[in-house]
Design a binder for this molecule. Sequence first.
Ligand code: GLC
Length: 801
Amino acid sequence: MSYGHFSADSKEYIITDPATPRPWINYLTNDQYCAVISATGGGYSFYKDSKTERLMWWIGPNILYDRPGRYIFIKEGNEINSLTWEPFRKKLESFECHVGLGYQTIKSSFNGLQASVTYFVPQNETCEIWLVKIKNPSKKTRELAVFGYMEWFIGSTDYINFYNISVLWNRVRFDQELNAVLAHKTAFYEEFNIKDNPYVGFFSSSEKASGWDCNKYRCLGRFNSEEHFSGNLTQSICDGEDAIACLGNKITLKPGEEKTLFFILGQTRGQSEAEKIIKKYNSVALAEKELEKVKQYWVEKISPVQIETPDKDFNNIINYWVKYQLTMCNLWSRSPSFYHEGQGGRGYRDSCQDAEGILAIDAEYARKKILKIASLCRRDGTVAPGWSDTYGPYPNRPFKDHPTWLTPTVAAYVKETGDIQFLNTKVPWLIDRWAEGGTKIKPDWWGGSKEDGEGTLFEHLLAQLNFTYQDVSVHGLPRVGEADWNDALDMAGRRQIGESVWLGMALVRSLKILAELAERLGKTDVAADLLEKAEVMSGRINKDGWDEAGWYIAGYNDDLIPFGSSKNAEGSIYLNSQSWAILAGLVPPGRLTTILNSVEKNLNGKHGLALLHPAYTKFDPGLGRIAMFSKGAKENAAVFCHAQTFMAAAYAKIGMGNKTFEAMCQIMPNKQKDIELYKTEPYAYAEYLIGPDHPYAYGEGAYTWLTGTAGWTFMAATEMLLGVARDYDGLRISPNLPSRWKSARITRPFRGADYEIEIENPNGVEHGPVEIYVDGQKIEGNLIKPHQDGKIHKVRAVIKK
Ligand code: GLC
């Protein structure tokens, strides 16, 4: 069964059946306002933070119903239809949803009418526009009522716990002069912290409303549900009850006539800002112009770095969709989707990886993000685990792996831009209530976070790695604390005894990278010290992190019981300790083939590499929530796409192009042929595919869109597989291809010039020495020195045997 296909130019995915197995979503967004939208108009919008400023009503289980949403109802006589199929689910004469870059167009026909709605978020205002076109192809004049409908939430998702109280704060009314519904909650509520609420939601229409409702109950009647919408509006206000906004417009369409109108939904600080936006969008022509601008913006935004390989699916996902997904991850981190609960904010480790991923596309954006992340670091090298744009640094405990993530990102920035002086940028140190070692609350602390003077970016990185290097336990391996990369290992080290082998590896990798940076800054002693630490830690990992069964263990818990070890009946091998041993470059000769065989034998399957094997079947208080998930779900032995991509990167590091590509294909959303099984969007990576130990759902996609997979996939494809990699002194060409590929092509901007690189693989190898011609001239070695001349340079790279 197929639910749709990509457009010929791959820039749209066209959904032809609205009853997709899961809601297939899209993000319409600028950097202040975001609408998460399904193919049937479902989903929610928020302002700045999906937790604190949620405009529309939505909770987790709505993923099963795909309601409520942004609806356009069209009524003629007593016949009423919904343009978006939901919420009526009536049979339509035709249906298409064009999932676009920055827009979503739903087209349908019913009752002899042809209608479409395009949803988009203008670039500079905190609102979304629903641009509606209705055509009367018949020979008679039609009198229609057109309704725009949405449901308010207004405020923090914390209110969901006491929802019926929180609706008592609702004040929603129609302002005739503005032709808009204005929605407000009287104040912000957090226990002992009640503040004035300056925000106003608004919903307006390009046509003068002939009717309206603000009160859900009055609009829909008893047994409140959008599917009972009748179109008999009551001109209600809403005071302390469930609130909606519905505006009705009357239009007449002559035979063959088409009419365009729009609805506009948004939120601002203060009503006067809302009035400005409503007044600005005073014509259909302006709304249409803004849509064109948005479409152009997104195509331009994701156009840098294009590839052409023998694999069309790969080209398509890398050229458009993964970059688009990566941009969403950068903008909104891991919080707003149909799967995530919308906890708001941005996590430290995720943000480091997102910033690294986007470097080749938007280094300036990455630079700002890096400095923001660095400002979460305390003088002792511990870090706040994330931040929200509305309430600042996260107050809760840090995860132990966080200090290791920023170094690779900063190094990648330096390699991309050549700006080594970036490391001398002054960045504030954070001071907050978790001041003692980052894990103990300072009892006399009052108030929010503060700054504690400044240090250079390099000093921040050094403090972080020194912290992790010293924060070790009995085997000299880093403490696992509240979790390592694996968030779900949240009870393995609470008593601060447990250790993470994976974290030791991440540390070794970062120590080596920071040593390179130190060297380039002329800090030779520091570099030597860092390398020595990397050596010491590698030795400990190879001694106490090695399992004679033939793989690296994952760690020791607080009772010093190993996990990810052949001594464990469940969870006896973890993928990340194998991939990161390779990425950290610490595997001694003789062990490499052994761990590769162990991965192949124990973890690889037809839908990809399981995160661990076998799955946990019962809760283990010595590990944590990892053992709570169903077998094969999330961190409990799913094919975790992020980790799969770590392994793809590891294969590339050792020149195994075939395995790199195989690992990438296994999780590629547009290569999933059995959609009834896979269920989720063919155009966005899932966080995971359900793993082999699940009783019935092996291969099902879940938690789409917001995952480190996007950044790592983009880097693995371009920097590692095609092997056109940023390096300190230029672009280094070192492909790791599937051996059946005879040629491939990549274009990439680099330090103020554009490079068009043709890779030739006449001998059908995975990897080999490369002969390079730049603008027709053969060069020595495989490093292209930056031209920085604003020109296009043609490169031929021939892989030798
Ligand atoms: C999620 C989180 C990521 C974490 C991973 C494993 O993808 O966003 O930070 O590393 O789960 O727990």
